[in-house]
Design a protein around this ligand. Structure first.
Ligand SMILES: *Cc1c(COP(=O)(O)O)cnc(C)c1O
Length: 429
């Protein structure tokens, strides 16, 4: 591979991050080691001062983890990337790398439940305030949520489980006109179907536990920096002293000066957050993630074609009241999906039955081939009824408010033969 920057995504999936030289292993090795050795005290001291790059302790960096982060960086078209132990840790680090106590950020309301809880409950305890907004509201309306202490805007490319598609360009304009970066959680489409950095996002996060791993084998997360947000610009520098002013825990080093716009965000997140909080993935999990990534491009194609076939089949059934899938012609988000994800969005869709809550429960109990599981976005088809499972503490009116009506079934369409999936649905009706 002579010019890695020109490789197509499918080639990056297979070859990214690891280029073995003469006599080296073909497959990415698992560096299952906590520590790394040096010959002189001075060599080690330079690492601790961030004067030289290298490995000394896996909590900060590990060669297996870094190779996989590099593959994801290349897939997203970013300037730097890091892995975390989960998607939750990725979103936590992305926010607290910018926000401290007394700061505020704006976030789309339709996001993953775990992220919603992290942002609204746990970050509140740390003194970080969030304002949730309706992502479909006009720009003038959304602008009202920003305050002088706002440090970021956050949204999901395709929201889990509401299946709303984010207007990334609108969110990017909004963030930049308020002098803050846009962070996009790109878990559902993956960089195979959407590359938010190309549409104006500044930072991308992932739960790699979903399609990237794809085999439901390893929980993990990733953060990718686009390297374009200028932390040192006069309008930005006072807002982001963590990147633009000296870091007392590294002898007064200024990240944006020492590592440039491309390296500052990820180096700070590694040197401070990973050092102090430690949500690093085990190298063995990163190895499994890399195996998943090698076929991501093939699997996403099948997830999307199977999901579209399921969505069309459900739409044709008299028992089905509604179907949400951005790939469907009549879907509210079809135009946005076509713009940002022309080759398909993902394999997840939601639908409701005319018989309401009871009919939905009876339906999923009748499935034989498709299993009931809390997971989404892996090889195997599965369903979940949020009103009975993840959201069972909520009343019917609270369910509606949360955008998960009592009849909603979330269907994560796998990569099996479509005829088996459709046959199972048909017999369950
Ligand atoms: C699952 C998920 C997360 C959380 O990731 P974990 O790996 O489970 O910690 C974050 N964002 C989205 C969109 C998700 O689907």
């Amino acid at each position: 591979m002579e010019n890695p920057t020109k490789r197509k995504p499918a080639s990056v999936c297979v070859h990214g991050g690891w280029s073995p030289k003469k006599g080296e292993p073909r497959q990415l090795p698992v560096y299952q080691s906590t520590t790394f050795t040096y010959e002189t005290s001075g060599q080690m001291a330079d690492l601790f001062d961030l004067k030289a790059a290298g490995y000394f302790y896996t909590r900060l960096q590990n060669p297996t983890n870094d190779a996989v982060a590099e593959k994801i960086r290349e897939l997203e078209g970013g300037s730097a990337a890091m892995l975390t132990s989960s998607g939750q840790a990725a979103n936590l680090y992305a926010i607290i790398n910018l926000c401290g106590s007394g700061d505020h950020f704006v976030c789309a309301f339709a996001i993953y439940g775990g992220t919603f809880n992290l942002f609204s409950v746990t970050l509140a305890k740390l003194g970080i305030e969030v304002t949730f907004v309706d992502q479909d509201a006009p720009e003038e309306e959304l602008a009202k949520a920003f305050k002088p202490n706002t440090k970021a805007l956050f949204g999901e490319t395709v929201s889990n489980p509401a299946m709303k598609v984010l207007d990334i360009e609108k969110f990017s304009r909004l963030a930049h006109s308020h002098g803050v970066p846009l962070i996009v959680d790109n878990t559902f489409p993956t960089p195979i179907n959407c590359r938010p950095l190309e549409w104006g996002a500044d930072i991308v996060t992932h739960s790699t536990s979903k399609y990237m791993d794809g085999h439901a084998a390893a929980v993990g997360g990733a953060i990718v920096d686009g390297g374009r947000f200028d932390w040192l610009a006069p309008a930005h520098a006072p807002k982001f002293p963590g990147l633009s002013a000296p870091d007392p825990s590294y002898h007064g080093l200024v990240y944006a000066e020492a590592f440039g716009l491309g390296g500052a965000f990820i180096t700070k997140a590694t040197a401070q957050l990973m050092r102090d909080l430690g949500a690093i993935p085990g190298p063995q999990n990163s190895f499994l993630l890399n195996l998943g990534l090698e076929t991501l491009h093939l699997r996403m194609e099948r997830h999307c074609s199977n999901a579209l076939a399921v969505a069309r089949f459900l739409q044709s059934r008299p028992e089905v009241a509604w179907v949400h899938y951005p790939g469907l012609d009549g879907d509210t988000y079809h135009a946005l999906a076509k713009k940002y994800m022309p080759s398909g969005s993902c394999g997840v869709l939601t639908f409701g039955l005319r018989g309401g809550r009871e009919a939905s429960v009876a339906f999923i109990d009748s499935l034989r081939f498709v299993s009931i599981a809390t997971h989404v976005a892996d090889n195997r088809s599965c369903v979940l009824h949020p009103a009975s499972h993840t959201h069972r503490q909520l009343s019917d009116s609270q369910l509606l408010e949360a955008g998960v009506p009592a009849d909603l079934i979330r269907f994560s369409v796998g990569i099996e033969d479509i005829e088996d999936i459709l046959a199972d649905l048909a017999q369950a009706f």
